[in-house]
Each structure stands twice: as C-alpha cells, then as structure tokens.
Design a binder for this molecule. Structure first.
Ligand code: PEP
Ligand code: MG
Length: 737
C-alpha cells in the first residue's frame, strides 16, 4: 500500500489487493466528501466506469447507512436489505454477500470500504475485523490529502475539506495561520502485529505506566499545567482500570494488530459512538476516555504528549482539547496568532492570559482537535466566536481583509498614544490599564496609559502549579514596579474563589460560589494569605508609592479589618528595619451593592474607590456573569445601574475620594462615554481598549453629554436602555465608537 504511485493508481491497486485478500469478487472504496455525499473512488469488480460517477447521500443505501451509523454491516444477501439502493451503472445486481465497514479516523467517518460476493456469503467476525484493520490504513491515506484532486470537479474529501465551526468568543481579535495540535495526534503507522503475545505485553506495560503517571499527578496535585482538573484525572483513573475497555483492546490485538493500532481502533469506535450519543454525561465521559487513549498512544509510540515548544510555525494557531494558562505562556508569543479550545467550561483564566497576549480565542468548539491536522490553514475569529478550518480562498481573503482593517485601526490608535486624554471641553480623563502578568507591562508604553488601575494579583496564583511563595510574590511585584517606571500601580489583593479557582487548592463545595467564600472573605478568614501578600507588596514597593485595593468588600468593617492586617505588616517591617514604601494608599473595590448604601462612610475611610462593574452588575441584577443564559440579559446602560454609578461617583467626589471604574464596561467606548457623562474622571481597561476609548474622549463635549444624560436618566416612563440615546448622541456629535 505504501508504493509510490499516482494516487488513483494506488487506490486501484489497493482495492484489488483487498479483494484478493478477503477472497471477494468486489472491493469498493467510497470517500466521504465535504458536501456529506459518498463518492465511489475506486472499485475492483464493479463497473469501473462508475468510479467518480456513483454517489450516495449520507443515510442512502447500505453504504450511506454504514457511514451514518459508523458501524460495520455484514449481510448474506445485500439486495434483501430494506436500505439497499440499486445503481444500474455499477453492475452490482449479481452480488449478494456483502460486508461494509466505515473508514474511521479519530471517530470521524472518512469513507466506507465494501467487499462483495456473488454467493450468499456471510462474512465472519474475524473477516470484519480484518477489513476494519485495512480501513485504518485507508483512513490515513484519505487524511493525508493525497486524494484531494481525484473526485468529481468542485468536490473534495471531507477529511481535507473546509469546515466552519462555532464556539464561544473568549478573547477578541482575528488570527490567520496554521494549526498546531497542542497534543499532536499519534499517527499509527505500524498496524500489523508480528508477535501477538508481545503486543499484549506492550499494551499492559503502557497501561501500567499511564496508571502510574495519573496516580502521580493526583498525588502531586500539580495539575494546572495541562488544564486538567482533579475530577478529570479521577475519571482517567477509573477508565484506566475499566475491564470492558481493556478487554476490547485485548480482543483487537488478538485480531492481529499492534497495541497502538488496537488502542486507536477501540478509541475511534468509541468516539464514533460518542458523537452519535445525545446523552451529555456520556459524551463528557467519553471525552475523558479519549484523552486517556491519547496518553496511552503516546506512551506506546514514545512520543511526547505535548507539542515541543519549538513546534510553533510562523502564524501558529494552537488547537487543544484543554489548555492551562501556564502551557499557553510556554509558547513563543511572537509566533502565536490564536487559540481554539474544545473545552467550554472554566476558561476565564485562559481568556485573561490570552487577552494579555493579545491573541484571539474561541472555546467550546466540539471535536475540533479531531478535525484539524497540524499544518492546516485555520482562522480564528475571536469576535464572532467562529473558526474556519481549511477555508476556501474567498473566505480566507475576506478574513485577511478584516485582519488588515483591524491592524490599520490599531495603527491609527497608536498615533493617539502621546495625545493627552482630554475632552473637547477640557476635562482630563485618566486612562489606565488592567493587568496581571508581566506580559501585560509592555502595553503601558505601547498604549500611553497613565498607570495600572487594576493589577489582578490572583493571576500569578492561577497560572502556577502550586501556591507562589512569599519570595515569588515579592519578585513579581518588584518586576512590575520596575517595568512600570514612575506611573501609579494599583494592586488588588488576592481575588480568588467564585469562578477564580486555584487548581492546587481544595475546592469548597458551595451552592452559590459567586455569593460564597471568595476574595476578601477568604483573606479575612485565612489572614496568613493576606499577610504574606501584603508583606511581599510592602517589601517590593520600598521607597515608592504603594496602592492596594481589596475586592468584594461588603461592609466598612471588612475594610477596617483588612486595613489593620496591613498595618500589622507595616509595623513588623518597621520593627525589623526594612525599608517601607514612601506612601501607602488603601482602596476599596465597589462590587457589592451593600456599599451603595454606605458609600459616604466608605468614601471617608478609603484612600480611593474602584468600581468593579463586572461584579457590581451581576449582583445588582442578580444575574450570574458566567452563565450564558442570563449574562447578557441585563444592560448596564439602563436606569438602575447608571443611577447607582452616578451615586458612587457623586458621593466619592463630595468626600474628595478618587474613584475609578475598572470593570469591562470602562473599556467599551459607548459605556465609557456614559461613565464620563456621569462625572467619572478615571477609567481602567485592557490594553486593546485604550486607543478606542481615548479617541472617544478626545471627541467628546463632556458638559453637553452630562446635561443630556441627566435629563434622560430622570425621564419618566418604562426603564429602557439608554444605549440608543447614547449612540445617537455620539453620532450627532461626531464621537467615534
Ligand atoms: C469586576 O468585577 O468588575 C472586576 C474588575 O474584577 P474581576 O472581573 O476580576 O472580578
Ligand atoms: Mg470583581
């Protein structure tokens, strides 16, 4: 089968060989096309003139049925089967005995392989197995792309055809490039076993090694790297001892194939079944089984589980089942253009890292790792949540144009870098950055932002494989100070819990995690955590102005407690003669609605306020920000939240307490415009937002907006979104959004 020859000639030879080996009069190969039609690509025994002429729709005829069910079908009289569909051009009316098997690869049906006999022969189980083994080889041939130009004009095999997938838009941007599988698929080349007993021993040894590595991972608890969670590993462990699975692989080896071919065969069958299952629980579990089989394959062929770091081509787009933030940071950023993930669940940390790196991410794309081959052209649209695999030329050029436009717009924003952020009527609006990783810091110089308004210290904890030590924390903060130069930095104390889980910290079962044990609540209950962090910050800030703010504060009393804790650390350092910051400011994040009714006292006590509008909105509307069913249900530009924000801004101003908004809304030009209209003078946002927001600020007549907005906010009638009003204001006054 491996002879060098033109593709069609090889196919023709392959069907002859199979027919003779199976002692069949007919052997035909149907290839699944991108349009979901099966086309006859080669035959021995049927009329050759029918090759590239005969086609079947999915589900049509016996061949279509096999493709649809992804299961073999053996019949002593094919013509008696209700699904038999007679095609006069093939001349198959004289054949009765029939065996067809799906050509599967990673669970995808790439085609159907059929053998037939004149007699009423019923193929036996071992013959079915033999044809399935042969189909594995044919699958590799189809997947290699060699058959690309053989089919009917304008068609191509599905294995290499364009695929358009939808997922969840996780990080904005458009990336064009070539796919790199984070966990490269093992291509099983060695299929036929020479010594069956030896293969059984190899399988057992590989299984033992995989079991040990899973146990070790569970024991170490350092499971962040691959993005796995403890329960997934527990499932692995369960499957690794599953007798049914082990038996199926053993049986496959006994049909005469190698251990790796057996793993692949069993897994491909399971995947095919999984893809047809509607039970979400089963689908999830089989995903885990898929991962386990992959580990086993890598173990058997001695290949690294994860793509080597230097495997990234220019314009690399990573495709992964799951990926931890640390693993993402391991890739060469200068070559990275995007990320596509199958997993859809807890992905907030990867989104944060991806945004810091400026790469688009689409998550929740089911089956993508099995659809893509390393090197395939691929486009990630992180704005629309779409992925184009092997796109046709017109789609590719449309996206290339889109990417060029974005780049041009970014270049225009860069021109604003050194312009002061002042409205047309002379009001200065400070634009600061949200950051959390060292890779964020170059954005300060790139954007001309006036400081870091929110440094999310939990990111260092989230991407680590174990709790960062005091020294490591201090080292990071010191590097942040160094990289930031003279501009102010506001460090937020550890904001964990809720959706921000640390992989190495035991998960606390909570009915409502967003309302649960998180952020300042953990810090006050486990004061050592905050103490260590405060000390690390105080040491790193020696001789400089240190600003710390506390997340999720719900009462003045909590702030008071946190302040006492920090004061204790200051006293300790002073006692030990350690250099202190030149100035210390302690602030409060306004994220919990209770503060709205205590805002005067809060503004009196705190050195500054920062509104975490992401959390504030979720609690104001009682709508989980991470729940897609409700996250977009309420608009922050309606009366209630705008009045709440106006209240905070006005009372903070009255108390002489500086106030910022650092939630996502501060980075959206229209929302940011509303905030400035409400009287806000400082916004903190992601790097990509600084340009668009500055362009908005520079074109704004603040006073005119403030007047119109306050009228609109008090207008009687049903509470509708002020979005259209604001958009209209912007358009009429030439404010770019
Ligand atoms: C917020 O809640 O608005 C905020 C800035 O904090 P985070 O998004 O990290 O919870
Ligand atoms: Mg928050």
């Amino acid at each position: 089968m491996a002879e060098p020859a033109p593709a069609q000639a090889r196919l023709d030879r392959i069907v002859v060989l199979i027919a003779s080996n199976m002692v069949s009069e007919v052997c035909s190969l149907y290839v699944m096309r991108a349009d979901k039609t099966l086309e006859l690509y080669a035959t021995e025994g049927l009329n050759r003139a029918a090759v590239h002429l005969t086609t079947m729709r999915a589900g049509e005829g016996l061949v279509g049925l096999i493709a649809q069910n992804a299961e073999p079908l053996a019949l002593s009289d094919a013509q008696a089967h209700p699904s038999f569909s007679y095609r006069p051009e093939t001349g198959e009316e004289i054949y009765h005995g029939f065996l067809g098997v799906p050509v599967l690869r990673a669970g995808n049906t790439l085609g159907v392989l059929v053998v037939q006999n004149r007699t009423h022969r019923l193929y036996a189980e071992d013959e079915v197995e033999a044809l399935q083994t042969t189909a594995m080889v044919v699958a590799e041939l189809i997947a290699s792309g060699e058959l690309q130009s053989l089919g009917q004009p304008g068609t191509q095999p599905a294995a290499r055809g364009p695929v358009h997938c939808r997922g969840v838009a996780l990080a904005d941007g458009v990336g064009l490039g070539h796919a790199v599988l984070h966990e490269p698929r093992v291509v099983v080349r060695n299929i036929i076993a020479t010594d069956i007993d030896a293969e059984v021993i190899r399988l057992d040894a590989a299984l033992a090694a995989v079991r040990i590595s899973i146990d070790a991972m569970l024991e170490r608890g350092d499971i962040a790297h691959g993005g796995e969670h403890r329960d997934v590993l527990e499932t692995f462990r369960m499957f690794a001892h599953d007798q049914g699975w082990l038996r199926r692989m053993g049986d496959a080896i006994r049909t005469g194939i190698t251990a790796e071919a057996a793993v692949e065969r069993v897994q491909s069958d399971s995947r095919a079944k999984m893809m047809r299952s509607t039970d979400p629980y089963l689908r999830d579990r089989l995903h885990d089984l898929d991962d386990l089989a992959n580990r086993l394959l890598h173990q058997l062929v001695g290949q690294d589980l994860v793509a080597p770091r230097d495997a990234l081509p220019e314009n690399g787009i990573i495709v992964a089942r799951a990926l931890g933030p640390a693993a993402l940071l391991d890739y060469d950023r200068s070559r990275l253009r995007g990320l596509v993930l199958e997993e859809g669940g807890q992905t907030s940390h990867i989104a944060i890292v991806a945004r810091a790196l400026g790469i688009p991410v689409v998550s929740g794309v089911e089956g993508v790792a099995a659809t893509v081959e390393t090197g395939d052209a691929i486009i990630v649209d992180g704005a629309a949540g779409e992925v184009q695999i092997r796109p046709p030329a017109d789609v590719e050029s449309a996206y290339a144009e889109k990417a060029r436009l974005r780049a041009r717009r970014q270049a225009q924003y860069r021109l604003l870098r050194d312009e002061p952020s002042v409205t047309r009527d002379g009001v200065r609006v400070a634009l600061q950055l949200n950051a959390g990783l060292l890779v964020d810091l170059p954005h300060l110089a790139e954007t001309g932002a006036s400081g870091i308004g929110l440094f999310r210290t939990e990111l260092q904890f989230m991407i680590a494989e174990r709790m960062p030590t005091a020294k490591e924390q201090q080292a990071l903060y010191a590097s942040v100070f160094e990289a930031a130069g003279d501009v102010p930095i506001t460090f937020r104390s550890l904001d964990i819990g809720g959706d921000k889980l640390l992989p190495y910290m035991p998960r606390v079962e909570e009915e409502n995690p967003a309302l649960g044990w998180r952020a300042i609540r953990i810090a006050l209950d486990r004061p050592a955590l905050l103490r260590v962090q405060a000390r690390a910050l105080l040491r790193a800030a020696s001789g400089r102005h240190l600003r710390i703010m506390f997340p999720m504060v719900a009462t003045t009393a909590e702030f008071e407690q946190a302040r006492r804790l920090v004061a204790g650390e200051v006293a300790y350092l002073r006692q030990h003669g350690i250099a202190l910051p030149s100035r210390l400011s302690l602030g409060i994040m306004v994220e919990v609605p209770s503060l709205l009714f205590e805002i005067d006292e809060i503004a009196e006590q705190a050195d500054f306020l920062s509104v975490g509008s992401n959390d504030l909105m979720q609690f104001l509307f009682a709508a989980d920000r991470g729940n897609r069913l409700v996250a977009d249900r309420f608009d922050a530009l309606t009366r209630a939240p705008l009045r709440a924000l106006r209240h905070v801004i006005a009372r903070a101003d009255r108390a002489g307490c500086p106030v910022t908004v650092c939630g996502e809304m501060a980075g959206r030009p229209l929302e940011a415009m509303a905030l400035v209209g409400l009287g806000l003078r400082s916004l903190s946002m992601s790097a990509a937002s600084v340009g668009p927001v500055k362009a908005m600020v520079m074109a704004l007549d603040r006073e005119r907006l403030a007047t119109a907005l306050s009228c609109e906010l008090e207008r009687p009638g049903p509470a509708e979104s002020l979005r259209p009003f604001l958009a209209d204001f912007a358009e009429r006054s030439g404010v770019p959004l």
